[in-house]
Design a protein around this ligand. Structure first.
Ligand code: FBP
Length: 557
């Protein structure tokens, strides 16, 4: 490796890696789609009334067909929307390869900085040389991403103007639940204007919450959870060696606890908080603190004053007293509400705030450390979500546990020692080299998007299924986005959204955790997954997450 080279050996090697293709995509030019009615999918009538143009579409299933019409050159625009997720570049390289393979005159344009690039027509042409550099690389830096939401009619008009100006046949939106909702709305808008420009979504997010009976997992979840599990394993080994710290590790993943659950299955921490369980059992901060302190006390009695505690990033929104507080804060801070302006101008923001919150929320707000108070007041993201990545709940829990253990000590109920380290794992798992799974999955998703465009599908999300099986057995097609939508309140208004999939406590991943977790409390059963492997035995390089395997009913060793 030369110190003067800007490419590491692994970077160069990964550029050469050839993702395996599902068998059907090996015969790209012979792939056609047939429509299949979606059973049991009675959409909400208020959704159907919002999508008159795209409401009556069926699933598209790909198969090898003969006598297909000749493929024509296509001009396609692509953008990333929202947070980074490993594998994104492979969606673009796959899309490019497939478009050019289907017709050598096809052209691909990348919108810069996310949806805002589409609105303001900031683009680059994606060429053969450009894609070469980004094959199997992490991040979204080829064209960047952003969180602008296309929501006003001026923005829809501007997006259409850009698409027409560039003479596009299609726009591909690579994003999470909110971005794919936007894709559905844009498809509907364009069709309502009588234009023939397709909009295709691709399921992205490390959070793993864009999934349902049609989408097995969003890309990025595999790489992020394996990366975090590697780091958790390293920290566990350090804890086991030094025997002096409790590590409170908060894991990115927004509201849903899929990442925390997956990392727990991979590493066996002493305790893991699953936000959905907290919600179902209405556990307060004190209840969770008591449970953690019980674990610490049991371990202390066995002479162990160290351990690993995992927390999901969005836990705070699931604790009942904080849920109420956040809801009230969201209303008070909503930009179109008069309080927001008054609060902005107030010299003593907290005094004014206390007059606007209920007694219960005031009590909760006053009980938490000042830093967390400030974090709860920060701006919401453009989709109206609290920016949970910025709320240091690991510190909230450490403070609460310290206080509770001190009280137990005073009463003679705890004789151990407690010293804690807080960690937040998030950004280190979003832009790293995609695992072989994500490289292959994303490459296939790019191909699928190209085929859906050739079939003139619009308002569809690209899907690849049977992901727990070998790559050549994967199946491909498209699902109408409208069929995944439900009405939900956002900013005090009913809006069509693709529902976030939270951890289902009746599904195999959580049930498996529930069966195993007691045995992890006292004994040190830590597992050390190590870094993602790109070469070597298939058991090392082609592994799937436990979540995917368990949800696909695969037996685990
Ligand atoms: P997406 O939902 O856009 O995929 O974002 C995922 C995520 O990584 C969340 O897990 C996290 O809460 C959020 O992005 C942080 O984003 P930002 O750095 O923009 O605050």
């Amino acid at each position: 490796m030369s110190v003067h080279s800007s490419c590491s050996p692994l970077q160069l090697q990964r550029q050469q890696y050839q993702p395996k293709l599902p068998s059907i995509l090996e015969h790209l030019r012979q792939v056609g789609g047939h429509f299949k009615a979606l059973d049991g999918n009675e959409a909400d009538p208020s959704i159907l009334s919002l999508f008159p143009q795209t409401k009556d579409q069926d699933e598209i299933v790909f198969s090898i067909q003969s006598g297909l019409p000749a493929h024509t050159p296509k001009r396609v625009g692509v953008l990333f929307s929202g947070g980074q997720a490993s594998g994104g570049h492979n969606v673009i390289t796959g899309l490019f390869d497939a478009l050019v393979n289907l017709h050598h005159e096809s052209r691909l344009f990348g919108f810069l900085g996310g949806p805002s690039g589409l609105i303001s027509d900031q683009h680059v042409e994606i060429t053969h040389d450009l894609v070469q550099k980004y094959r199997n690389q992490g991040g979204f830096d080829m064209i960047g991403s952003g969180r602008t939401k296309i929501e006003t009619s001026a923005q829809y008009e501007a997006a259409l103007y850009t698409a027409e100006h560039l003479k596009l046949d299609a726009i591909v939106i690579i994003g999470g639940d909110d971005s794919n909702t936007n894709a559905a709305l844009l498809a509907e808008f364009i069709k309502s204007k009588g234009r023939n420009i397709c909009v295709i979504g691709v399921p992205k997010t490390i959070d793993g919450d864009l999934k349902n009976e049609h989408i097995e997992i969003s890309f990025g979840f595999d790489t992020a959870s394996k990366t975090f599990a590697d780091i958790i394993g390293n920290i566990a080994r350090d804890a086991l060696s030094a025997k002096k710290y409790y590590h409170f590790i908060r894991l990115m993943g927004r509201s849903a606890s899929h990442i925390a659950l997956e990392c727990a299955l991979q590493t066996h921490p002493n305790y893991v908080v699953i936000a959905e369980e907290v919600l179902e059992k209405a556990k307060t901060l004190q209840n969770i603190t008591d449970e953690i302190c019980d674990v610490i006390s049991r371990r202390a009695a066995a002479g162990k004053n160290y351990g690993i505690i995992l927390l999901p990033e969005g836990i705070i929104e699931f604790i009942p007293e904080f849920r109420l507080l956040i809801n009230e804060l969201n209303t008070v801070l909503a930009p179109d509400k008069p309080h927001a302006l008054a609060l902005d101008a107030a010299t003593d923001k907290k005094a004014l705030l206390s007059t606007l919150l209920s007694d219960a929320s005031n009590q909760c707000f006053k009980s938490i450390p000042q830093a967390i108070q400030e974090q709860l007041l920060m701006d919401r993201d453009p989709h109206g979500n609290v920016q949970v990545s910025k709320i240091e709940t690991e510190k909230l829990f450490i403070t609460a546990v310290e206080k509770e253990l001190e009280e137990r000590k005073q009463k003679g109920l705890f004789q151990g020692k407690f010293s804690a380290q807080g960690h937040f794992l998030g950004y280190e798992g979003r832009s790293c080299y995609p695992s072989n799974f994500d490289s292959q999955y994303c490459n296939a998703l790019g191909y699928v998007a190209a085929l859906l465009i050739q079939m003139r599908a619009t308002g569809y999300i690209a899907t690849v299924s049977r992901l727990a099986e070998a790559v050549d057995e994967w199946q491909c097609g498209g699902i109408p986005l409208v069929k995944m939508m439900a009405m939900e309140e956002r900013h005090g208004k009913q809006k069509p959204v693709i529902k976030k999939a939270l951890v289902d406590l009746n599904n195999a991943p959580f049930k498996t955790l529930a069966k195993l977790r007691d045995s992890w409390v006292q004994e040190d059963k830590y597992c050390f997954p190590g870094p993602i492997q790109f070469a070597g035995l298939p058991a090392l390089t082609e592994g799937r997450t436990f979540t995917l395997l368990l949800e696909s009913s695969k037996n685990l060793q």
